[in-house]
Design a protein around this ligand. Structure first.
Ligand SMILES: Nc1ncnc2c1ncn2[C@@H]1O[C@H](COP(=O)(O)OP(=O)(O)OP(=O)(O)O)[C@@H](O)[C@H]1O
Ligand SMILES: [Mg+2]
Length: 282
């Protein structure tokens, strides 16, 4: 066993079973700060986004339960970010229906924004601000008072072992550290749902594993996790996965069922079998 494999064995995410046997011990728990509708999941029916004549997201239909870790897979250009932006209340859909935390994506975008966390694919932290300043800033944006931010920040910095870098500029941190910090700021206000758009892209395998420990922690507290990734080992950590091809959802199930259905040994094989149907070229 090499060093990385040893680390991974030691740091297996704790209480959720991964891959072949899925358990949802925490589903149904009510997270802190539950919104007016009291629904921590989301659902979409025929949700569609067209840019001119081009259909980026094509009638996607699915449901995500509260506390679930839902993997949103697809090749470059499949439509993942576009779908996620609609669900976050950042982009108006062309047609279809969807509710997020019980709020309507057409009419209640502001309510949605208050009940979610979002880690975008491109921007997540201010590089020219310190770790502490970023946490204070995002805590404020999410409506927390300074008296609430301070104790939460101290415990977060301890948990991440970031106490020594609290006054360092974010630009001086390694990418994996930045991404762990960005995730932590996205859930600093304990939202019902967090949307993560390729949060571990370019991060080394050991730090990716630590990142997933943070995801499992959040999920155990009842936070629903909606995550895109191009790493198939991470796909195995999800409770369920949808796979998008050219704007449509081509498959949706647990990793175990998808592998059985496609007679595959790994999610890599499943992905390859489905994604090669794509006609879009990015
Ligand atoms: N504002 C826009 N105007 C026109 N086309 C767009 C716009 N935003 C996205 N698209 C197109 O929609 C398609 C889906 O893009 P999207 O960014 O959602 O894909 P993705 O699955 O997130 O890909 P990646 O894995 O590369 O992040 C692409 O063909 C993209 O060029
Ligand atoms: Mg994207």
């Amino acid at each position: 066993m090499n060093k990385e494999e040893k680390y991974i064995t030691r740091h297996k995410p704790k209480s959720q079973k991964i891959g072949n046997s899925i358990s949802f011990p925490h589903l149904g728990k009510v997270p802190k700060g539950i919104g007016a509708r009291g629904v921590g999941g989301l659902s979409a029916t025929n949700l569609t986004k067209r840019f001119g004549n081009f259909t980026a997201v094509d009638r996607i239909t699915f449901e995500v339960k509260q506390g679930e870790i839902f993997g949103f897979l697809g090749a470059n250009g499949a439509g993942k970010t576009t779908a996620m932006r609609m669900l976050c209340g950042l982009l108006k859909p062309t047609s279809g229906e969807a509710t997020v935390a019980g709020f309507d994506v057409f009419k209640e975008q502001e309510e949605i924004k208050k009940n979610i966390g979002y880690m975008s694919q491109k921007f997540s932290l201010y590089e020219n601000m310190t770790v502490r300043e970023n946490i204070e800033f995002f805590g404020g944006v999410y409506g927390l008072k300074m008296s609430e931010i301070k104790p939460r920040m101290d415990s977060l910095l301890n948990k991440l072992e970031f106490t020594d870098v609290r006054d360092k500029l974010v630009q001086s941190l390694p990418l994996g550290w930045k991404q762990k910090l960005a995730f932590s700021t996205a859930i600093f206000h304990e939202p019902q749902i967090v949307f993560l758009d390729e949060p571990t892209s370019g991060v080394d395998p050991v730090t990716r594993r630590q990142f997933w420990d943070l995801i499992y922690d959040a999920s155990e507290r009842g936070i629903t996790v909606f995550v895109t990734t191009h790493y198939m080992d991470e796909a195995e950590y999800c409770n369920r996965i949808s796979l998008m091809v050219d704007g449509r959802i081509e498959a949706l199930d647990t990793p175990k069922n998808l592998k059985t259905e496609h007679n595959a040994n790994s999610m890599n094989e499943v992905f390859y079998a489905l994604a090669r149907k794509a006609k879009r070229v990015e």
